[in-house]
Design a protein around this ligand. Sequence first.
Ligand SMILES: C[S@@+](CC[C@H](N)C(=O)[O-])C[C@H]1O[C@@H](n2cnc3c(N)ncnc32)[C@H](O)[C@@H]1O
Length: 289
Amino acid sequence: MDILNEQSQINSKSRDAWEHFDSHRTRVTDLIVHVASKLPSSTKIENGRPSLAIFGAGNGNDLNVERLLESFGRIHIFDLDQDALKRFQALHCQSKLSKEVIQIENPIDLSGVNTELEQYPQSATDAHVETVANKARTASGVSIDRQFDVVASTCMLSQLLHSVLKSVGDQHPHKNFLMIALRDGHLKLMSRAIRPGGIGLLVTDFVSSDTLPALQEAKDDETVLAIARQAIDARNFFTGTLPWAIKDSLATMLLESADQPWAIHSPWKWLLGPKRSYLVTAIEFAKTF
Ligand SMILES: C[S@@+](CC[C@H](N)C(=O)[O-])C[C@H]1O[C@@H](n2cnc3c(N)ncnc32)[C@H](O)[C@@H]1O
């Protein structure tokens, strides 16, 4: 399975979904602006303002860049898919200010293991699975040569996990082990890319209307919250995306600081189009060391 090609096709399908993304875009942007306002005054600043990295920026339909430019002096955009990055640039980098402030990075595999997944053998040895899982878990195959005040991952975690399913197959005995390794590696990478004193914001979809049809009709936040509770109670969510499990994984990883501040934000509905929506939440964590 060609992971880039698969992601590129998915991005291509949602390229014209700007209007459907409206309320999701407001939630994601509000949260990023909110965490920027919590940065300590000692934060390293550029052009008088903090820096932001977006992981999994794709077409950029989920960001109000005009608003982000009010809070950040430098914005770095990361994704695997060059075509989506070009669309991001065309959509968001037309003004003089955005051209100065936004840096579209070269396409990058932020898991560091796409090649290993694409070539994963059906009958892998225990040693092989451990080698791949260890590389994923430590994000050792990913090099980002700087740190940022805020790192926001915008709904790319579920796509990392989807890549495992599509590559090794959803019946493979190593599937869950590899998915959790990729999830933890993504958290590790975020944490590594945040400056001491900075903040991470993992925005993730965790279940879709495919298995939760009531979501498609939900209109208000109260109904969305009730549906989210039912889905979690029924264990109806994508493997590796349960917010509390993510929080526990972060706590283990960031043990150097026992009082690691964190928050799980109330879920919202992301309408992808007339036929599908997702429940999304965000986990915010501070890097205090
Ligand atoms: C669901 S999209 C996020 C939506 C996107 N923010 C938008 O508004 O279009 C997930 C993004 O993660 C990217 N992605 C998936 N796997 C990746 C990887 N291994 N490295 C970097 N980016 C990846 C995809 O290319 C895609 O753009």
